[in-house]
Design a binder for this molecule. Structure first.
Ligand SMILES: Nc1ncnc2c1ncn2[C@@H]1O[C@H](COP(=O)(O)OP(=O)(O)O)[C@@H](O)[C@H]1O
Ligand SMILES: [Mg+2]
Length: 284
């Protein structure tokens, strides 16, 4: 569904690259996560793939179209939701969707259904300018589905939303994917990446460091950790030990012998811990 080879992008038209030699392929039906901290080059990559930014160097094929000479037909097949909500504030929620609907050739979805799906039912006739940030975000998200896209680009789809709404958005993404929609999702939130994505790319400073499934990554990089709570001099102390590193194993044995253990739980490495281990950087 997407094929990217040797992609570079510089905003200053020099060697200062926001995206540096990116290579990846996304098969039909996958949820592919672009995971990296702010400034890593995620939105830039989405911008090039969706024709928002001019392709400077590399080969990019999206939904069967070469992005070098973008065909208007490509836009019938893709949906895009941006980091910043860009809705028309003077139009109502329904008018925003009705307007967008007319831009596409193929079959489109009913605005009322989409507004219901994102929890904006009852707000059809309210001007988008009166919406809260989260509501504008949901309207942008709904709009990105109006043309029934085969390929859906979502830039930070849950950032800034309260947890209940974020969870609904996640469910919608999962459901659309079950109906065959391929998803390119950028995020700096490792929980989203872990829960939703079949595969993730770790991106830092414009470079993809690794691509794999969260499950494989945990098997490959995740060492077993144990959280131990024990009583020391009258107070409860909590420490995490690796069961692989020899010195930590020995310390753990000593703690078990010397102190009264309150609790002990094994813990799987999180995607964020693996991200830090692989890239040397955090996700913030
Ligand atoms: N329009 C722009 N002009 C100049 N530099 C930009 C522009 N947009 C992004 N950048 C820079 O490109 C790099 C990647 O940004 P971006 O793709 O937005 O990262 P992310 O989406 O991962 O946070 C950052 O260093 C950012 O400052
Ligand atoms: Mg971004």
């Amino acid at each position: 569904m997407i094929k990217v080879e040797g992609l570079y992008h510089s905003y200053s038209n020099d060697e200062n690259y926001a995206v540096k030699n990116a290579n990846f392929e996304i098969p039909k039906g996958e949820i592919f996560g672009f995971l990296g901290p702010s400034g890593a080059g995620k939105s830039t990559t989405q911008g090039i793939l969706t024709g928002l930014l001019q392709l400077q160097k590399g080969n990019v094929n999206v939904a069967g179209y070469d992005v070098k000479n973008i065909s208007q037909k490509m836009f019938n097949k893709i949906g895009m939701s941006f980091e910043q909500s860009n809705v028309y504030s003077k139009l109502t929620a329904k008018e925003n969707l009705d307007f967008y609907r007319k831009l596409f050739d193929g079959q489109t979805r009913e605005p009322a259904d989409l507004l219901k799906l994102v929890g904006l039912d009852g707000k059809e006739n309210v001007r988008a300018g009166e919406f809260s940030k989260g509501m504008k975000h949901r309207l942008t998200f709904a709009r990105s589905m109006i043309n029934n896209p085969e390929l859906w680009f979502l830039d930070e789809p849950t950032t800034g939303l309260d947890p209940a709404i974020a969870s609904e958005i996640k469910d919608i993404i999962r459901k659309e994917n079950n109906n065959g929609v391929t998803v390119f999702l950028t995020t700096h939130n490792m929980f989203i990446a872990d829960e939703l994505c079949n595969r993730v790319a770790f991106i830092v400073d414009g470079e993809i460091k690794l691509i794999d499934s969260p499950k494989n990554l945990k098997l490959q990089y995740g060492e077993q950790l144990v959280d131990v709570e024990f009583r020391k001099n009258g107070t409860v102390v909590k420490e995490t030990f690796s069961t692989i590193k020899e010195e930590e194993k020995q310390r753990l044995q000593k703690v078990i012998l010397d102190y009264e253990i309150q609790s002990m739980h094994t813990k799987e490495a999180t995607l964020e811990e693996i991200f830090i281990k692989v890239t040397g950087r955090g996700l913030v």
